[in-house]
Ligand binder design. Structure first.
Ligand SMILES: Nc1ncnc2c1ncn2[C@@H]1O[C@H](COP(=O)(O)OP(=O)(O)OP(=O)(O)O)[C@@H](O)[C@H]1O
Ligand SMILES: [Mg+2]
Length: 452
């Protein structure tokens, strides 16, 4: 790669030993390292050369880091900056973030963390480069006939898929269960340059912990009792294609460590061998957990999270896609009746109202079941609300019922809020984010339903 196309890292610090340290941290990368020991020198450099990421010391003689940050962004508006400081001060961190810094680290930070962060920025940068090249070639938007929906969240999702599919970036797909995460992963694979290669899904929640390592990486004959032949493992089966790590949040910490190593080195080591076999795969991952919460609780490695989440996509829940519910229901009834060789059927207006008012905790998967059921229950070609096995909307405002199963929308809401507050350990800001509502709304609900 010529110098023009390399990821250029500008390190600004008045201390030569920090320059040395950074040189060591990044010596095994292909990054082009440039150094400055004063703010003004950094600004001069920025006005002459394009920099991909600046690591900027906060306290320096002369111009301090915040002033450099502000001036630097005048020169290169899109410049990415990570601040470094000897001792973290919250107010400085806040000021830096306001000025557009990406992150703020103490110099004593674990080098791995800093490297993970830089690596994440590097991947974003690569993606931009690729996108720039692709934009010229991409005259028409991809369409995804399998992915039904025209609501703003669905259009946003499709647009993102179209943009990231042709690249080789890792993508983390987040969404509640049944929202179509696997469908999204398949669409990405299908529209990628790897479409002729295999799409290999791995259900991280379902594979048995004791054999997960050999399932993923393969094993040599005789590696353990019962290993009577060599196996290649899922990673190698996905070679030249896409590996889809479903429910990635369920991996144990030890498996996370092994996965991270594999992703970093791009080689697999089958159990019972010392051989390192190179693999060429793209990683897509999905989760219905909030992985950031898992990271904050020490249940998910932060460095692995950064690796997997270069790009994050949200598969929206049904209750957020408005009339798409009807579009999906229509699409499904048509598909299922065709499969069964039946005449086309449609939903009458009351049935449509019922569909729109249900809050679909099981999302599209639940809708599929309801539509299948309706096909069986309905006698004519028109489906009424009586054919839909969903609870009718209750206007009751009293949460909870005798057997503890939610039946009304309010019950569902209470249960969802309770669950989220539990998984965020009572952190309301985090909970509001996960729920997609404002903190004030969450606060009102908590009061209204006595959840405090
Ligand atoms: N936008 C959509 N258009 C058409 N079908 C959809 C859409 N979203 C989901 N589906 C269908 O809904 C079902 C569930 O989707 P999928 O298995 O991809 O969800 P998921 O998010 O992986 O769920 P889980 O968390 O339960 O694994 C599938 O049969 C899928 O084809
Ligand atoms: Mg799934």
């Amino acid at each position: 790669m010529d110098n023009q196309n390399r990821f250029r890292l500008l390190i600004v610090d008045d201390k030569p030993e920090i320059h040395q340290m950074m040189r060591r941290y990044f010596e095994n990368t292909s990054h082009d390292l440039v150094f400055a020991d004063r703010g003004q020198q950094a600004l001069d450099l920025l006005s002459q050369t394009r920099v991909s990421l600046m690591l900027l010391d906060l306290k320096m003689p002369g111009m301090d880091g915040l002033a450099v940050l502000e001036a630097a962004r005048q020169i290169q508006p899109g410049l990415r900056v990570i601040m470094l400081t000897a001792h973290g001060g919250i107010s400085d961190a806040v000021a830096a973030m306001k000025l557009g810094a990406l992150d703020f680290f103490e110099k004593s930070v674990d080098p791995e963390l800093l490297r993970s962060k830089v690596n994440q920025v590097h991947e974003m940068w690569l993606l931009e480069q690729e996108n720039r090249q692709l934009r010229g070639r991409l005259d028409k938007r991809f369409c995804f006939p399998d992915l039904v929906g025209t609501s703003p969240p669905m259009l946003k999702l499709k647009d993102m898929i179209a943009r990231i599919a042709p690249t080789d970036t890792s993508v983390l797909i987040q969404g509640e269960s049944g929202t179509g995460k696997e469908l999204v992963a398949r669409a990405i694979h299908h529209h990628s340059q790897r479409t002729r290669g295999p799409f290999c899904p791995v259900d991280c929640a379902a594979i048995n912990e004791t054999v997960v390592e050999s399932e993923l990486f393969g094993h040599a004959k005789g590696a353990f009792t019962g290993a009577d032949q060599n196996t290649q493992g899922l990673f190698r089966s996905a070679d030249t294609g896409t590996l889809f790590l479903d429910e990635v949040g369920e991996l144990s910490l030890s498996m996370q460590a092994k996965l991270l190593r594999t992703l970093q080195e791009r080689v697999v080591r089958p159990v019972g061998t010392t051989r390192a076999i190179p693999v060429d795969i793209r990683i897509l991952a999905a989760t219905n957990k909030n992985l950031l919460v898992a990271v904050s609780r020490g249940e998910f490695r932060q460095d692995l999270y950064y690796r997997l989440s270069t790009i994050t996509l949200e598969a929206p829940p049904l209750r957020q896609i408005g009339d798409d519910i009807l579009l999906l229901a229509g699409y499904l009834i048509e598909r299922f009746s065709r499969d069964e060789g039946l005449a086309p059927r449609s939903f009458n207006a009351p049935a449509q109202t019922a569909l729109k008012h249900h809050d679909w905790p099981g999302n599209v998967r639940e809708l599929e079941n309801v539509v299948r059921g309706a096909l069986v229950l309905s006698t004519g070609e028109v489906i009424g609300p009586e054919d839909l096995s969903i609870p009718t909307v209750s206007l009751s405002n009293t949460p909870g019922n005798l057997d503890g199963h939610p039946t009304t929308m309010t019950d569902h809401e209470v249960q969802i809020i309770r669950n989220i507050l539990e998984t965020t350990a009572g952190n309301r800001r985090e909970a509001a984010k996960v729920l997609g509502i404002s903190e004030a709304t969450l606060y009102r609900r908590i009061k209204q339903y006595n959840l405090a």
